[in-house]
Design a protein around this ligand. Structure first.
Ligand SMILES: [Zn+2]
Ligand SMILES: [Zn+2]
Length: 328
């Protein structure tokens, strides 16, 4: 089958990759759409090291084309998406409903082969039916679930009136819409896509070079109740610290692979909460997309066939690109 193999240096487009063989509990999916994620870009840049060779791609949707002998919940022809993490089901974290921390977790497209390919195999238990959702929209289920998880880990309080979102990329624009669905005021600070943020419901958008701290202080008097960091650049943490009010919450969504220096005393005396979160609940994300309470069509910047994956990756690294999708 055709697949893009990452060899530790670059992507090789190859025709000779065997179609994955299924174990009894696994399902083969014909990939219909797969998004390029910041994680894929970090891996390709070399800042996130993974075992190679590997087929990347973990935000995908497709059609079930074959099922293992013991698979009972899905059928050939079903339209599906898959959770990224394959978990053991037996450890402390799996048994207590904290699957993201499974001690033997293996992520598809990172530690198992992913979906920059004609076919990908996943365990049956990872699958979710996407019903009638278009395949391109379904590639947003994974990042939308991650956006939802932000406020599962640090629920918004009734007294929280406003949320500042740093970054107007894919994740920032999804978090914005989740915030609006929760009825809070949303302020987006970014470099590009600010018109799009406005169109998607932001109450206020501020360009990063237009003194955002001063603007947010004018707007909130005491600072933001909640700041979500979704920029992908570590310096944004200093901005988050300057924007959040005392006893406020900073939610971290982007990974940087480097250390961040800060004055820890500030966190103590200002009684700040700093909360990380990763993947989230797929059923909630599917429901929001089906209800139309989150809009993702405007977030698709470009689509490419798998044969042009390098062009797609190059496009995805441009800051004005929100989301690039491969249609194998
Ligand atoms: Zn991703
Ligand atoms: Zn586990």
């Amino acid at each position: 089958m055709l697949a893009a193999l990452y060899n530790g240096k670059h992507l090789e487009l190859r025709e000779d990759i065997p179609i994955p063989k299924l174990k009894d509990t696994e399902v083969l999916i014909k990939v219909k759409a797969v998004g390029i994620c910041g994680t894929d870009l970090s891996i390709l840049k070399g800042s996130y090291k993974i075992p190679v060779p590997r087929i990347l791609g973990h935000e995908f949707s497709g059609v079930v084309s074959e099922i293992g002998k013991k698979v009972t919940n899905v059928q050939v022809g079903d339209r599906v998406t898959s959770e990224i993490n394959i978990t053991c089901g037996n450890c402390y974290f799996c048994k207590s409903g904290q699957k993201t921390q499974c001690i033997s977790v293996r992520a598809i497209g990172i530690f198992e082969d992913g979906a920059f390919a004609k076919y990908v195999k996943v365990p049956e238990s990872n699958l979710h039916n996407i019903h009638e959702l278009p395949f391109e929209e379904a590639t947003f289920i994974e990042p939308l679930a991650a956006a939802i998880q932000t406020f599962e880990m640090a629920p918004l309080r009734e007294t929280d009136k406003n949320v500042v979102i740093l970054g107007a990329g894919k994740l920032g624009l999804l978090i914005l819409q989740v915030v609006k669905n929760k009825g809070k005021k949303a302020i987006v600070i970014g470099r590009s896509n600010l018109d799009l943020a406005k169109k998607l419901g932001a109450d206020l958008v501020i360009s990063i070079d237009k003194d955002p701290v001063k603007r947010v202080m004018e707007e909130t008097k005491i600072g933001a109740d909640v700041v979500v960091e979704a920029t992908g650049v570590p310096e944004a943490m200093d901005l988050a610290m300057a924007l959040v009010r005392n006893r406020g919450t900073i939610n971290l969504k982007s990974t940087h692979g480097i250390r961040w220096m800060t004055d820890l005393t500030q966190i103590v005396v200002r009684e700040l909460r700093i909360q990380g979160s990763r993947c989230g609940p797929f059923p909630a994300a599917i429901k929001m997309l089906e209800e139309g309470s989150v809009h993702v069509l405007d977030l698709i910047s470009a689509t490419f066939p798998l044969t042009q994956i390098q062009e797609a990756i190059d496009a995805a690294t441009k800051p004005e690109m929100v989301k690039v999708i491969i249609l194998p």
